[in-house]
Design a protein around this ligand. Sequence first.
Ligand code: NAP
Length: 263
Amino acid sequence: MDIKTYAALHKEELHRIVEALPRPPKLIIIQANDNPASDSYIRGKLKDADSIGADAELRKFDPSISEEDLLKEIEKANLDPTVDGLIVQLPLPNHISEAKVKLAVDPKKDVDGFHPTTGFAPCTPKGIVDYLTAEGFAFRGKNAVVLGRSNIVGKPMAKMLLAKDCNVTVLHSKTSEEDKRFYIAHADLIVIAIGRLGYLNASYQYKEDAVIVDVGINRGEDGKLHGDAEPGLPVKLQTPVPGGVGLLTRLALMDNLVEAMNK
Ligand code: NAP
């Protein structure tokens, strides 16, 4: 099933779950930047929350807000019993510590899954695993290659695939080109999250029944969004950009929000 249809059906299901709850789940989004990409991601999150019948509120602050004041705002939402989920939109201004902010969010409300003791799965890897599961991908014993080792995508992705019994190889910027070609050629599943437009291309060899999950979001010279993989590679399934992993990430956030209320 294509990702747009999958996301629409899954949101309908969440809407039915939310309707049966005693009150709508409430999400607070804290923003302290003037970043147009963040504005667009937040619009998407507010729209998703609305479409499943949840309450979502944006609390936007001037990027000059002090770290202390931002931490106070986080604490206010942490202590508010009517708030189920709390996320702080990245990036943060340079004078605010991302690490401190991530640790300040109550792990029980941390629907982004960033806190070290959070009970929530990080949204991008969760969204990917849920979609592949719905597509009938049989994880056990499959060779999975993850390109990129960031804390928000690569590392948690590798961990989740390991938990699904895949044989996981993580490749990064220090991996030799020869090794990359070897591991990619033997992969049943390739998840690429490196932020390099069209990095995976037809010069690599792929298994014909391989699955490529393209996490990358890159602005091309044409002004449009492109993935880390060139479209149309010779594999069984390749997720598109846009209209791919971005939608799965948003969906996982809504799943986590509903779960936060149920907890
Ligand atoms: P990141 O923090 O930008 O780090 C990039 C990772 O890629 C690093 O681990 C780096 O290796 C690795 N890398 C860079 N060049 C490489 C190369 N030539 N070969 C192999 N590995 C290479 O990563 P991120 O935050 O996960 O973002 C990655 C991409 O995913 C970006 O385009 C981002 O916009 C996108 N993204 C999309 C979503 C979504 O919902 N669709 C969510 C999050 C991120 P080293 O560790 O060795 O430096």
